[in-house]
Design a protein around this ligand. Structure first.
Ligand code: ADP
Ligand code: MG
Length: 296
């Protein structure tokens, strides 16, 4: 199969088709009436549960049929594990007759929408958004789960009233996630091109440092309102990413350097964990300046 055929197949044949909302979705615990379908890869609905609560139902009706089961199983096995830690919303129910993932509907916005609806943040606001997010990603890695499709659209910033609660972001969409070291038939090539580290673009070994690269791209997006590299051609994009880390001309050097290190083409040269990434981003404390001067 050529590379183009591979991607043509992956870009689901029915992603673009407009389908009417199903009347009812049947869960194991109760039934759900869809209200609205999200634009997205796999098909998410807001729906009203029989008990009157608003839920998010992922139906996997838009994603490629060949990969549907694997994507569904990944969500079903990782969500309960990660929800315990508050990393992702709870798994409330599953489908009775078809693959369905039912989670509470989170009032808020995904980070991509949040960025496009707001002014560019100051560097302290950037830290306020990015640090809790990276802490959440670190917790995910502490559970030995590599996401492989980390991006702003897969992060929810909940709202309390009208105010975004940056302290408690959720990471969602574990369809392509894998346990560290696990070999699966969902190739490491999956994911969203702009956020992919070079090794992922080439089908090389993907590990947590691949998510760190994606974290760097998200940080770029928070800072500038957009992802870097306005290139849609895969080989050209790969070459641009291989050339070197992203250098952003911004006043806050700590953030610029942390971003640069996250996007090193060689995974060995990146931050080796989200904790290291956070540490590099944080403002240097007073003793941090003093220590070298007094020989500590
Ligand atoms: N529990 C939820 N509450 C509210 N909105 C959600 C929830 N889960 C997902 N979404 C929204 O639906 C979009 C698509 O969900 P996602 O799980 O990423 O599916 P896809 O595989 O289609 O990308 C997200 O970008 C987010 O805006
Ligand atoms: Mg998604």
């Amino acid at each position: 199969m050529s590379e183009n055929e591979f991607y043509a197949e992956f870009e689901s044949e029915d992603t673009q088709k407009q389908q009417p909302l199903p009347e009812k979705l049947f869960g194991k615990k109760q039934n759900y009436t869809p209200v609205h379908k999200f634009r997205g890869y796999c098909g998410g609905y807001t729906a009203l549960a029989d008990d009157g609560t608003l839920v998010f139902v992922k139906r996997f009706d838009s994603c490629n049929k060949k990969y549907r089961d694997a994507i569904y199983l990944n969500e079903a096995r990782f969500i309960p594990l990660l929800a315990k830690e508050g990393i992702t919303p709870k798994l409330l129910d599953q489908g009775l007759y078809e693959p369905l993932i039912i989670q509470p509907f989170i009032e808020g916005q995904n980070l991509e929408d949040h960025i496009s609806h707001n002014e560019l943040p100051s560097s302290s606001k950037t830290r306020e958004i990015a640090i809790p997010l990276f802490k959440t990603a670190q917790k995910m890695h502490d559970h030995h789960i590599t996401h492989r499709d980390l991006k702003s659209a897969n992060i929810i910033i909940p709202h309390t009233g009208n105010s975004p609660n940056y302290k408690k972001p959720y990471i969602i969409d574990f369809g392509f996630a894998k346990r560290t070291g696990e070999l699966d038939h969902l190739s490491d090539l999956f994911g969203t091109l702009n956020y992919q580290a070079p090794e992922q673009m080439m089908g090389g070994t993907v590990d947590n440092r691949t998510d760190i690269y994606a974290g760097g791209i998200i940080l770029h997006e928070i800072l500038t309102g957009d992802v870097p590299f306005n290139i849609s051609n895969r080989p050209q994009l790969y070459r641009a990413k291989r050339k070197g880390p992203i250098k952003l001309e911004i006043e806050d050097e700590r953030i610029a350097q942390a971003l640069s290190k996250a996007t090193e083409p060689d995974p060995q040269k990146r931050h080796q964990s989200f904790n290291e990434f956070i540490e590099a981003m944080q403002k240097r404390k007073f003793w941090g300046w003093l220590a070298p001067k007094v020989g500590l």
